[in-house]
Design a protein around this ligand. Structure first.
Ligand SMILES: NC(=O)c1ccc[n+]([C@@H]2O[C@H](COP(=O)([O-])OP(=O)(O)OC[C@H]3O[C@@H](n4cnc5c(N)ncnc54)[C@H](OP(=O)(O)O)[C@@H]3O)[C@@H](O)[C@H]2O)c1
Length: 523
């Protein structure tokens, strides 16, 4: 992470060394919607080195020209920075190349190596390579083997080129498969060459969690079991499976969202202060949180974990089908599209503080939010009749959308008597800083090109997350059910998830935004 004191000017970063970005899966959705728009934006901002190129690798035959035309369309459709015309596009297009190849064919990788050599020789730069695996996870082992066999996995040194590899989520399906995958990839690349990406960590608001906690004297003294009653983390999506039913039906909400996005948020809220912003220091503190999570054994899954599937319903006024009716989803599928769970961090700071996590598809709004719910004040004076009971303070970190931070607190309504109301003190990124923050993929691609792995998942981190979730998956797999609880698309989830938190005397809460008068509203 950049440490910038004072603010005002843009963070100062070194420019990456000359390099070639090799994208495997260059014809895919991720490449078109996220990667190339991000690379184009970095190029436009002058953040990439002069000697920089992209080589797209995929199976279908295609010319460089056809590839460039395809990517121009992608940038025009998905980028927040659109080319103004041919002259604007040409310098970027000249750096785009296409390489047809099969992931199982060694000769295609030898040819790729020769092409990368030729590109490097033509530019007079070392053959530094950043490989991006934008392919289905089943391809990871084959590609890393082929890259190594083609002599393209150089660790780099003072006079030799470097290579790094970015691997998309999901990384494994459970603890055993993640361990095996780590061992396999580490057989080809050293850990400091491996960048396991979860784009959530590239979001400004996620990075700001550490700044909020450790750059302010105010929060840290009360960030513990003495003052915090509980924590809620909500990752709500409005989308369904979006044409990815075949993938999703083998994944589900636990593997697709909880294992990565939600675990990262939980770690950043729960971790101790690292002694520096060094990537190893930050990630070691995150791992400690994962290792102290209170395990939910398979036999307790029924009490502490709620899974559900969306049924047909209405979203934004439009009828939408149920999960089992989605294309490529099994009609008797038991894959969850919603999960809620309760866990604890078993250390002194967080002893006895429940962390409630929930994520789901086809919910009424796209919202990612962390709520730190403080303990109520004593039930004397204001928190007692005739004034109370009062709502406790809640600090809400809005990760997306309407990125910002709110503090709900009590004030006296002006007038002769004493009437207490809850208000929100609100900080919004857009209002404070204007403009849009960099896209997560922009930030992360640049970090990987610079060799900074702070915002990428380390091998022990990915395994520790799976170590927590695998017993839950085992418990789910062992449940003798033919159908999961259902929630109508467009609702906030199943009644069972409400019962999970309400049985503890609490309620799911989301910040009521765009207003200054509030009592936190349920859901
Ligand atoms: N799309 C997103 O927004 C997103 C977000 C987060 C993570 N991811 C992850 O990023 C990766 C790529 O996602 P995607 O949505 O771009 O996937 P995709 O469109 O389904 O596939 C990407 C490319 O991989 C190649 N491919 C597909 N199936 C293959 C097979 N059986 N054997 C060999 N190559 C195959 C295809 O290229 P060719 O057929 O031309 O070779 C395809 O264009 C996945 O791991 C996904 O989980 C995606």
């Amino acid at each position: 992470m950049d440490a910038e004191v004072g603010g005002g000017s843009a963070p100062k970063r070194d420019a990456p060394q000359p390099f070639t970005l090799v994208i495997f899966g260059a014809s895919g959705d991720l490449t078109h919607r996220k990667l190339i728009p991000a690379v184009y934006r970095l190029f436009q901002e002058g953040l990439l080195p002069e000697r920089f190129a992209v080589v797209g690798f995929a199976r279908s035959p295609k010319s460089d020209e056809a590839f460039r035309a395809e990517l121009r369309k992608a940038v025009e459709t998905f980028s927040r920075a659109k080319p103004a015309g041919d002259d604007d596009w040409a310098p970027f297009a000249a750096r785009l190349h296409y390489h047809r190849g099969d992931y199982q064919n060694a000769a295609d990788f030898q040819a790729l190596a020769a092409r990368l050599d030729a590109l490097a020789a033509a530019s007079g730069a070392p053959r530094n390579c950043l490989f991006y695996l934008a392919t289905p996870p089943e391809m990871i082992q084959a590609i890393t083997d082929q890259v190594r066999a083609a002599g393209l996995a150089e660790a780099g040194g003072a006079s030799s080129p470097w290579s790094r590899i970015i691997i998309e989520k999901p990384f494994g399906r459970d603890l055993a498969s993640a361990r095996a995958l780590n061992a396999h990839v580490q057989g080809a690349f050293a850990e400091n060459q491996i960048f396991r990406i979860d784009h959530y960590l590239g979001k400004e608001t996620v990075q700001n969690i550490l700044v909020l906690r450790f750059a302010n004297a105010l929060f840290e003294p009360i960030w513990n079991h003495k003052y915090v009653d509980h924590v809620q983390i909500t990752v709500a999506e409005t989308v369904g499976v979006e044409g990815r039913g075949a993938y999703y039906d083998h994944a589900g909400a636990i593997r697709d969202m909880a294992q990565n996005h939600m675990m990262h948020l939980l770690c950043l809220v729960g971790m101790e202060a690292p002694n520096s912003l060094d990537s190893e220091a930050v990630r070691s503190e995150k791992v400690k949180v994962l290792k102290t999570l209170h395990l939910i054994p398979p036999t307790c899954v029924g009490d502490r974990v709620v899974r559900a599937q969306y049924a047909a319903g209405t979203l934004a006024g439009q009828p939408v089908p149920g999960y089992r009716e989605e294309p490529a989803v099994a009609p008797d599928s038991l894959t969850e599209t919603y999960v809620a769970l309760k866990t604890f961090i078993d250390n002194w700071r967080w002893a006895g503080v429940p962390f409630y996590l929930r994520t789901g598809k086809r919910l009424p709004a796209r919202i990612t939010e962390i709520g730190i719910h403080f303990k109520p004040v004593p039930q004397v004076l204001f928190n007692a009749p005739p004034f109370g009971p009062m709502a406790p303070n809640v600090l809400t970190l809005r990760i997306q959308p309407n990125e910002g931070i709110s503090l709900q607190f009590q004030v006296k309504r002006p007038g002769w008597g004493i009437r207490i109301e809850s208000f929100e003190m609100d900080f919004g990124y857009a209002a404070a800083f204007g403009g849009e923050p960099p896209e997560a993929y922009e930030r992360l691609l640049l970090d990987a090109a610079l060799g900074d792995s702070t915002l990428f998942t380390r091998s022990d981190e990915v395994e520790a997350a799976w170590a927590f979730l695998t017993p839950i998956l085992e418990g789910c797999a062992g449940q003798p059910i033919t159908r999961l609880p259902a929630y109508p698309a467009g609702s906030w989830g199943p009644a069972e998830a409400d019962a999970l938190i309400e049985s503890d005397g609490r309620r799911w809460t989301l910040m009521k935004r765009h207003t200054h008068r509030s009592t936190a509203k349920t859901k």
